[in-house]
Design a protein around this ligand. Sequence first.
Ligand code: F6P
Length: 358
Amino acid sequence: MRRIGMLTSGGDCQALNATMRGVAKVLYNQIPDVEILGFKEGYKGLISSDYRKMKPEDFSGILTIGGTILGSSRQPFKKMRVIEEDGLDKVAAMKETYKKLDLECLIVLGGNGSQKTANLLSEEGLHIISLPKTIDNDIWGTDMTFGFQSAVDIATQAIDCIHTTASSHGRVFIVEIMGHKVGWLTLHAGIASGADVILIPEIPYRMEFILDALKRRQKSGKHFSILAVAEGAVSAEDMLLSRKERKKRRDMMGFPSVSYEIGHEIEKATGQEVRITVPGHTQRGGAPDAYDRFISSRLGAKAGQMVVAKEYGRMAAFDGFKIISVPLKEAAGRLKCVDPEDDTIKEAKAMGICFGDE
Ligand code: F6P
């Protein structure tokens, strides 16, 4: 009997089930005596030994279903080694569960924080195979994460819907896009939806350039404008402050997020009506799109093949269109940011999209 553990950790996204299905199909097809144990709510289930024995039927019919059949939770990496009031040694507990259940390896589907914990467990001697999950697309070592494409679709649709109202009313609309510390989602959805201004954390903005871009549109007879603003967008002035200081300053001014501050500045400077839309967690919800189903099936299948080959301590990844695996210790803890010099940015600027830096 080869017993394999599986868990989904951190914020959910659209293709978690599709990815697990890919893994399971390979395992059931290629290992005659395999048993899969699914841990509930991510590392929480591994810590408390809360799991269920999965059957092949559990992985059937889930290709198109969002969320995760195992449940998920955020267990911050920085607290993994901290013994809190309950006196629980979380790392020891996870190792104990793994040993007690006689697992051959553990498959972790997770984002950046979860990859760090996966690497920690790998360094503690557990056999780990990980899969890059996140709508943010910010995991180092892979050109693409699953969840990203579906979120791009939703953010794009949100901006598309705003477009018609912005045009009817001649208003400025700001759509705030998720992405945490990086701008992949905003960049892709912004270009796909024809946003006039795209603001991402990797390119600090100056209000004067945004206002110039809005003026240029007015002058050319376009009485509405759409700004796609990443939740982590930051002004050149605010770059001098720490994240905490930035938040404190914004809180004091009564702005719930960067978009509200930018909106206020635009109204003050132009007198134009500004509206803010925050699609929020809708970007992580619903069914995975076709492309996400395709790439998550490939990533899942790769992880399954890695189990068969006993290729541990590694993360399945995309190198262009090729599936590879990279060492977990290299991928974990490194953020993949948008390169401001990337051709995508140059092409967008050539089309007249303002990034707030010129
Ligand atoms: O990492 C995915 C993500 O959706 C980020 O884009 C966002 O900043 C964060 O998670 C939101 O986290 P939560 O669901 O815990 O509010």
